[in-house]
Design a protein around this ligand. Sequence first.
Ligand SMILES: NC(=O)c1ccc[n+]([C@@H]2O[C@H](COP(=O)([O-])OP(=O)(O)OC[C@H]3O[C@@H](n4cnc5c(N)ncnc54)[C@H](O)[C@@H]3O)[C@@H](O)[C@H]2O)c1
Ligand SMILES: N[C@H](CO)Cc1c[nH]c[nH+]1
Ligand SMILES: [Zn+2]
Length: 429
Amino acid sequence: MNPCKVMSASEFALERTFEYGSPEQNESVQAIIQHVLKEKDQALFALSRKLDKVEIDTLRVSEAEMLDAYAHVDEPFLTSLRLAIDNIRRFHEKQKRQSWMDLQTDGSLLGQILRPLERVGVYVPGGKAAYPSSVLMNVIPAQVAGVKEIVMVTPPGTNGVLGINPAILVAAHELGITEIYRVGGAQAVAALAYGTETIRPVDKICGPGNIYVALAKRNVYGVVDIDSIAGPTDIVVFADEQAEPAYVAADMLSQAEHDEMASAILVTDSERLADEVQRELAEQLAHLQRKDIALASLERHGAILLAANLEEGMATVNRIAPEHLELMVSDPLNWLGKVENAGAVFLGRYSSEPVGDYFAGPNHILPTNGTARFSSPLNVDDFLKKSSVIYYSREALLQNGEHIVRLALSEGLDGHAKAIQVRLEKEGE
Ligand SMILES: NC(=O)c1ccc[n+]([C@@H]2O[C@H](COP(=O)([O-])OP(=O)(O)OC[C@H]3O[C@@H](n4cnc5c(N)ncnc54)[C@H](O)[C@@H]3O)[C@@H](O)[C@H]2O)c1
Ligand SMILES: N[C@H](CO)Cc1c[nH]c[nH+]1
Ligand SMILES: [Zn+2]
């Protein structure tokens, strides 16, 4: 069995669909948003019944539930979680920026004031799998930025079984998050954007999710801000003859197992590697718990792309603009400078993608579906807004006023010009 199609890198046609998701998925997301706008909490109960197959009667997770969750996780998990928290916090602390002011010789003062957003909603996925790691990746940069109110939403159950995964609640509690609602999918995004009787609206919605979550975020953008379209995950492994086939296949499967819509692609100049990776994929798939999801992902969206040489391979990588890019080549640092578009780049045979998903420190909430061409991993700046500050001294205005007047008149805006002229006349006397 060959799980992946093989084709030449130069022939690989990248369908960059401007309509993200199928028309049916877009329609159903719009219907969900309208439903929440009209019926608020009642819509959230009904949609959880219909889409998550669970019956809920309260949305807010209680303090008791959060504390009870600790009984369901073990000490080694807590140790690993706390180490990951330290790494992620340290990495994001380095991104912190300060407000600044620049004093000019004429006495004018120009600058930028940075302030944290007031209230942010973070989405933690939980439909097909539970993602405590996404709690950390969402919340820590917001906390480092100084956001006052962080609200978390997550599906009320996983795989149709009622209950939020305890590891998600423990991760939230470790970070001091207390406002959590059991609601997922497009309905959670709509509730955060427009508010319901129980959920107060937020200023920005961040976090990854499946196609319905991604489409809903895109739909509510403008009412609230969003981070990026962090939808179904994708990975490209860029590998040469020396790469270890077992590692390449394992890393491709690590992302294919997320979602039938995930995509895992190998780009290589080695036919031998391509054959061996194909064999490894088939062999390793058989032992995966989520083999059905991973196989569907490989069959629908996976590929092995054979390039005439590595330069051609890198051009293909840049066209794909992957969320994750592994440079599994003998000289990864030499190739790093040629990477134009990628959410996160993993260098060398030991930097397997899950190192970044869970532990190293950089954020795993990354732009998907080619959006790494123009957007970035979730970071501290996502939670800051900036105001420009302008102070002009008398001297600065007298010196530069004529230029401002001229530019205003060139736009035919004499009201603007007069606002300056009135001062020049009075002060110039
Ligand atoms: N890009 C990133 O940074 C990143 C990080 C982590 C996870 N992910 C992605 O997050 C996703 C997680 O997906 P998931 O499904 O496990 O959890 P999820 O929480 O994103 O989605 C589950 C919700 O989808 C809704 N839903 C399911 N079927 C639906 C349908 N037919 N119509 C309307 N709504 C429907 C349900 O309300 C459910 O609560 C994966 O695609 C994974 O690749 C991405
Ligand atoms: N690979 C996903 C998108 O970057 C994140 C994740 C969380 N848990 C496991 N993986
Ligand atoms: Zn992952």
